[in-house]
Design a protein around this ligand. Structure first.
Ligand code: HEM
Length: 144
């Protein structure tokens, strides 16, 4: 059985298509994400942002697949999660990330409504749970 219903996946997918019809969608999203806190900005100093944004877009597809129980996608997200934990990313940073993403969807999807917001949150929740769990696993305070 799928983790997310067909109807939710379809709502998410249609909204995603409307959002990415705006070529600047990911730039606007990360501008919002950076505006969340100076700490977020400092993570990205000296990084190749256009390359990262292209990969984030691909990773959203993986999260979508993982939400539908793809073990291939889940393994890829687990590896992305360990990579981020190694950078020192904390669970709260993912809350900033999700909040920036949902605001950007609201601004860019002309059909945005509560169902659309719920579909994004639901589809992303499995992937975000994996990302957050990896931070906690690698937290030094847990082993002391
Ligand atoms: C579910 C949410 C997220 C997804 C899907 C995601 C996805 C990605 C991907 C695909 C990359 C490129 C990895 C590579 O070069 O192989 C990346 C890089 C990066 N991400 Fe995330 N990310 C997320 C959340 C975050 C958060 C919350 C932070 C915290 C500030 C963050 C910080 C970074 C940094 C600093 C890099 C660049 C690392 C480097 O090139 O050395 N990400 N992210």
């Amino acid at each position: 059985m799928a983790l997310v219903s067909e109807a939710t996946l379809e709502t998410f997918h249609n909204s995603f298509e409307r959002c990415i019809s705006c070529p600047e969608f990911f730039d606007i999203f990360y501008e919002r994400f950076f505006a969340s806190s100076d700490e977020i900005v400092s993570f990205f100093e000296g990084k190749d942002l256009p390359r990262i944004l292209k990969m984030v877009k691909d990773a959203l597809f993986l999260i979508l697949m993982a939400s539908d129980k793809s073990s291939f996608a889940t393994k890829k997200i687990e590896s992305l999660a360990s990579f981020h934990a190694g950078l020192g990313v904390q669970p709260a940073h993912y809350d900033f990330w999700l909040s920036a993403l949902l605001c950007t969807v609201e601004e860019n999807d002309p059909q945005f409504d509560q169902d659309v917001a719920d579909a994004w949150s639901e589809v992303l929740s499995h992937g975000l749970a994996i990302m957050k769990a990896a931070c906690l696993e690698s937290s030094p305070s847990l082993s002391s």
